[in-house]
Ligand binder design. Structure first.
Ligand SMILES: [Zn+2]
Length: 200
């Protein structure tokens, strides 16, 4: 019954994580009512995100388009013998906010999830193994979320990394189970990092 343009917007919004049909409709009608400026800014930001952001070819964190490597990978101050493996770029941000980590990162861009059809080839696992095989990495910290998928992903990575003879650690317990690392407060994250344990 709705005009097509608004239907299209609702369908597009519904595809975003955490947004159901009700919220999608509410947002669409809000945008319809709001000043032109609001939807123009949103449209520009959406266009820019693809045009101006790309992924670092070493760690797969986000970086400005045109750069091959992100600022962290390029920095001579960062310890390249230490690699912290996280699920998403927002997790890198959480560690950086803490300010106590001087190593590098590797962003998987997701977690293993058989239910959602995400297997090892859908994640940046091969480039991680290549980084470690390339030498210079002494310790890999598995910092996936303390969720079921996060734990399963850490276990899988452990099996893949172990034959390469690198030191493998996992963040200490203390992060809320099922919680998201990106929402952990800085002290909790620091405790989890400093208390990290050898995996077996
Ligand atoms: Zn990088």
């Amino acid at each position: 019954m709705l005009p097509e343009p608004i239907q299209d917007l609702i369908v597009a919004l519904e595809r975003l994580p955490g947004i159901g049909p009700k919220t999608a409709s509410r947002l669409a009608f809000y945008l319809l009512r709001a000043p032109d400026e609001v939807s123009r800014q949103l449209a520009e930001a959406l266009a820019d995100i693809k045009a101006k952001i790309t992924f670092c070819q070493e760690c797969f964190n986000i970086t400005a388009s045109g750069r091959e490597r992100c600022e962290i990978c390029d920095s001579p101050q960062r310890d390249r013998s230490l690699v912290c493996v996280v699920e998403e770029p927002l997790d890198v941000l959480a560690f950086e906010r803490m300010g106590a980590y001087q190593g590098k990162y590797h962003v998987l861009q997701g977690v293993l999830s058989p239910i959602e059809g995400v297997g090892p080839d859908n994640l940046r696992i091969k480039p991680l193994l290549e980084r470690v095989r390339g030498g210079g990495v002494k310790e890999v910290i598995l910092a996936t979320n303390p969720s079921m998928e996060g734990e399963a992903t850490a276990q899988y990575l452990y099996q893949q990394l172990q034959p390469l003879g690198v030191h493998i650690t996992r963040l200490a317990r203390g992060l809320p189970i099922g919680g998201d690392l990106e929402y952990a407060d800085q002290n909790t994250l620091l405790r989890a990092l400093t208390g990290r344990q050898e995996m077996s």
